[in-house]
Design a protein around this ligand. Structure first.
Ligand code: MLT
Length: 200
């Protein structure tokens, strides 16, 4: 997968897996990565799907309606890729925290929905429930921060509250944070994510 890797200064820190939103790329979230943890290694990946030239992590049939076959396949592809990258760049595969926005948050959520060992934790900015038919794996004590907007036209409030319930039901430790904004990724929610991350 197209990506950027930046080696951190402190090998004990997690590797931050950065996953952009629709139409973004692997450079979009680098400033957020260094704000959340300036000492951590960063693996920032570009989605392999192109929707009229806009990179995404999996295909969709329409706004908010996912191509479930493709989602499954791409989630597997990303899972495999993290393992390969860990070998190539010599980071700890078991210490990866995903930070995703929108489409990137959705594939991060689907990694959690599919594998018990994909992520050590996740920060999900404006995610949806990736798959309502999933049988979730054991996610005991995996910390997840969800940032949502009360006026988000793409993610209605139930997407966030249902995701919180499903992850909590699988054992994850979820914090759901609301901002009175729409779908945009805001500085206050990044600050809230940093506060959460600093307490891990
Ligand atoms: C998705 O397709 O993953 C969601 O609708 C969010 C987005 O617009 O990318």
């Amino acid at each position: 997968m197209k990506h950027l890797f930046q080696k951190g200064t402190n090998p004990a820190k997690p590797t931050l897996l950065m996953l952009h939103g629709t139409g973004g790329n692997e450079t979009d979230l680098l400033a957020i990565a260094s704000h959340i943890d300036p000492e951590a290694s960063v693996l920032s990946v570009r989605g392999n799907v192109s929707e009229n030239g806009m990179p995404r992590f999996f295909k969709r049939l329409s706004e908010g309606v996912f191509d479930m076959e493709d989602l499954k396949m791409r989630t597997g592809e990303l899972y495999e890729y993290i393992g390969q990258a860990a070998k190539e760049y010599n980071f700890d595969r078991n210490n990866v925290i995903a930070i995703g926005y929108s489409n990137g948050a959705n594939i991060a959520a689907n990694l959690l929905f599919t594998y018990s060992d994909s992520l050590k934790g996740a920060i999900l900015h404006h995610p949806m429930v990736p798959n309502r038919d999933a049988d979730l794996p054991d996610l005991t004590n995996i910390p997840v921060f969800i940032a949502a907007g009360t006026n988000d036209p793409i993610c209605p409030a139930e997407e966030s509250t249902d995701l919180e319930k499903l992850l909590t039901g699988a054992g994850a430790k979820v914090q759901l944070h609301w901002e009175d904004f729409g779908h945009q990724l805001t500085m206050p929610e990044v600050e809230a994510a940093k506060e959460w991350y600093d307490k891990l």
